[in-house]
Design a protein around this ligand. Structure first.
Ligand code: NDP
Ligand code: PYC
Length: 330
């Protein structure tokens, strides 16, 4: 492992993306997302994803000079058109109009379309919670996961994220794939020669396997929790695709040129003003009462606590030598 400051991580990501044609706004937004992922220890969605972003630029599939736009399309419904660029800039463009709409109406949603997502989702829900709003987000991916009982990849790894504001503290936030393991983590296990637990995926013949290569090459990933996670993955397909006028994961694959970069697709984001919804200010203390019970319980922790502890350290981040070698080779 190498150690890098957040400034060094940002500079590496930003300069690499610019070298392959991204403009200031697009390179900066992706580099900020990569930097915050490394800062928080979200290694499967930090610098690890930089070669994929570059591949999408190099093949001409992703626009490095995209100019996302935000348009209200109905009361309480915002649309952000990503202009075939990277999701981080589209999400930055979404932030202020979605906060404004939610504060005015109590609840609002955004469909982010025509964009390429290769990142964690906690940044978009945390930025809403930092503005005092409750938020949920979900996005599709590529067909990696079989519906429960099936052997054919149909669903993406389809993450769902949720954030709850905690005045004076970092928000509660969870962010989880609908698959037992995010694909990025299966890829990291393959790179490091490590087995994965049974339940992560099956091989090309439908047999359980602990070999990540057998899952990634001809096999298929499984949803967490059997049919329950499979239903969540299906919900994400519908909410982040049909509901907002975007592609399912299998349709995103059909639109992909196989360059190894992020798929085209959409993201669903919902924001709620808790003061409007609860009719007062008591929600914060009431919400905190259950969160602090978990914090005080032996062997339990809040989701997001690991990331926030990494963030609070504020020191240099440990970055994989293999990832840095791959970036240097670009
Ligand atoms: P994890 O299984 O590592 O973690 C999921 C959530 O559970 C996190 O909020 C985590 O908090 C929390 N958690 C983990 N362990 C505990 C515990 N013991 N007690 C309480 N909470 C816990 O994440 P995944 O592997 O499912 O996903 C990783 C990332 O991959 C996500 O950020 C996701 O957005 C991203 N992803 C992106 C996709 C895309 O298409 N863009 C597709 C699929 C995944 P903490 O972080 O603090 O550990
Ligand atoms: O890790 O599953 C994943 C993933 C898919 C798209 C971006 N990340």
């Amino acid at each position: 492992m190498a150690t890098m400051t957040t400034d060094e991580i940002f500079a590496l990501a930003d300069s690499t993306l610019r070298r392959f044609g991204a403009d200031d706004a697009n390179a900066g937004a992706v580099a900020r997302t990569i930097t915050t992922a490394e800062r928080d220890g979200s290694h499967s969605h930090g610098l690890f994803r930089l070669p994929g972003y570059v591949k999408g630029l190099k093949s001409g599939r992703i626009k490095g000079d995209a100019q996302p736009t935000a348009t209200p399309i109905a009361p309480g419904i915002l649309r952000v058109d990503g202009d075939e660029g990277f999701a981080p800039l589209a999400l930055e463009v979404m932030r202020d109009p979605l906060i404004e709409m939610t504060r005015a109406q109590g609840i609002a949603m955004c469909g982010v379309i025509r964009t390429h997502h290769f990142a964690a989702l906690w940044p978009e829900v945390e930025m809403m919670a930092e503005a005092g709003l409750v938020a949920m987000a979900m996005t599709q991916a590529m067909p990696y996961v079989a519906p429960a009982g099936g052997r054919e990849a149909l669903f993406g790894t389809n993450p769902q994220a949720f954030a709850w504001p905690r005045p004076g503290k970092p928000p509660l936030a969870f962010d989880q794939a609908a698959s037992t393991m995010a694909r990025g983590d299966v890829m990291i296990h393959r790179r490091e020669g490590q087995p994965v637990p049974i339940g992560v995926g099956i091989d090309k013949d439908g047999n359980d396997t602990t070999d990540p290569a057998e899952i990634l090459d001809g096999g298929v990933q499984l949803a967490f929790g059997g049919y329950k996670g499979s239903a969540i993955a299906l919900m994400v397909e519908l909410m982040a695709s049909s509901l907002i006028g975007e592609r399912f994961s299998h349709e995103a694959k059909a639109a992909h040129n196989g360059d190894g970069g992020p798929p085209v697709g959409g993201e669903f984001v919902l924001a709620i003003d808790p003061t409007a919804a609860s009719g007062g200010e008591g929600w914060a203390a009431h919400g905190d009462s259950i969160l602090t019970r978990i914090e005080q319980m032996d062997n339990a922790r809040l989701p997001g606590a690991r990331r926030h502890a990494n963030r609070a350290k504020g020191g240099p981040a440990e970055v994989s030598d293999a990832v840095l070698a791959e970036i240097a080779a670009l």
